[in-house]
Ligand binder design. Sequence first.
Ligand code: HEM
Length: 257
Amino acid sequence: MAKTERRKQLEAAALYPLDWVEERSGLVGYTKWFLFRKVPHDISWAQTLGAAALTAFIVQVLTGVILAMYYKPDPASAYPSVVNITENLTLGWLVRGMHKWGASVFIILLFFHMARTFLFGAYKYPRELNWIIGVLLLVSGMLEGFTGYLLPWDQTAYWATVVGINLNATAPFVGPFLAQFLQGGLNIGPDTLPKFYSLHMLLIPGLIFALIGLHLYLVVRLGVTSPPWSETAAGREREETGAREGLIRDPAVEGEV
Ligand code: HEM
């Protein structure tokens, strides 16, 4: 059905802001490149685990920002501020509960996602770099858990951190330096808490944001791997990249094709 003149005008008016942004930034094009891409026809729920981990991370960020508005990172007021969040603030118990349980959900989803990529062989050429970025994401996620665990500053938090820091201190060569850095001194004390807080809500989340950006860029650039049992295994002809010989593995030489 031909579009009426009125409808054309409405469409043009609705698209005007997008065209304005696109002309000045190219952002609309990039967003389309990111969102509207081809995936193998036989992908399944297994390939949604990465997005599930991303969702869990976003929940952690949102609830964490709210908690940071009321949490006080010094030994005298940390525990009372957490009690205040849980008992006095409207829905504080819910936000804190989501953040606390969400941390475990995030790590569990990371392991499921990693298992999926491993079992589907998605870590192989040309996705090795994305696997390495994934490993860094896993380590950063676990560091988030470690640094966040201290923040309520109760007995469990304190002694769990003592154990964690002592474990780090046993590492060869760097161990004692690492322990001293984490403690913010020779022992766990008043300087440890703000240090963990800063790592937990600034440094490590910033790192995770950057790594997720790289990770997703590579997912879009390289495409999603088909399941190993797929009859139409994904793959395109390898492009000439001009890279030095030896940097790229040649399946023909290795007898795989
Ligand atoms: C914050 C953590 C992470 C987020 C948000 C994330 C997100 C994603 C998303 C959305 C995808 C595409 C869809 C999918 O395959 O599920 C993906 C793919 C991938 N991820 Fe992750 N991921 C994370 C951590 C990890 C970890 C820990 C590993 C492994 C050590 C990993 C390795 C990979 C690989 C190899 C792919 C490519 C899969 C393929 O081509 O089929 N990721 N990731």
